[in-house]
Unconditional design. Structure first.
Length: 217
């Protein structure tokens, strides 16, 4: 890497490279993009990207990590605006999730890219992913501690996330109907999940039911 580049200049070039790569990865997939093509798009020599990243996979990891951090920033900001109101924090987190996914669909698709092998090899991606995952379930932890929701907040977090993510992916793929619209379906899904979380104490767990049946035989 040229010694006359400042840290700010290095960061700026990495950001430009990641922005170009993000658009191309979404359209063509990682295998459909070469380092030379990225260099051409940036107007630099074919070897320049290698001064900043070892390969395309490392660029993809950086793109995903940056997206997860922006996503986490949005969730954190939403939680702060709730000013300690647990109900408001939960609603704000869900709304921030949807706003991010719909405003940055390219980044959202790459965040959950399942084709990148060995994501654990990229520390920044691991850190950013863990941060976002924690923030997605933080409001649920507060509601469980307050006795509003009943159950394991981590399991609830995965259930809420799976529902939200599935709806977003279907919406971005154009697989949901025009009526009822995406928002109506999303609100109904959240209503059902919240109702289940509130009444969790009265609902037998699947494993508990199976155990009871075995004992009754």
């Amino acid at each position: 890497m040229p010694k006359n580049l400042s840290a700010a200049e290095v960061d700026a070039f990495r950001a430009r490279l990641c922005a170009v790569a993000q658009r191309r990865f979404v359209k063509r997939g990682v295998d459909g993009v070469s380092m030379r093509q990225l260099a051409d798009a940036l107007g630099c020599s074919p070897m320049t990207p290698y001064r900043y990243f070892r390969n395309k996979e490392e660029i993809l990891a950086a793109v995903r990590a940056a997206a997860f951090d922006r996503f986490a920033d949005a969730l954190e900001a939403a939680t702060r605006r709730a000013r300690g109101d647990l109900h408001a924090a939960g609603q704000a987190t869900g709304e921030a999730y949807i706003r991010f996914a719909l405003s940055e669909p390219e980044a959202y698709r790459l965040m959950f890219d399942l084709t990148q092998p060995h994501p654990e090899r990229y520390p920044e991606l691991v850190r950013a992913t863990a941060r976002a995952r924690h923030l997605m379930s933080a409001s649920l932890e507060g509601l469980v501690k307050a006795g509003v929701f009943v159950g394991d907040p981590q399991l609830m977090g995965y259930a809420f996330w799976a529902s939200m993510h599935g709806l977003v992916v279907l919406h971005l793929a154009g697989k949901l109907p025009a009526k009822p619209d995406f928002r109506s379906i999303q609100e109904e899904a959240m209503r059902l999940l919240v109702a289940g979380a509130r009444s969790g104490a009265a609902m037998p767990r699947p494993r508990a039911v199976a155990t009871a049946r075995r004992r009754a035989r």
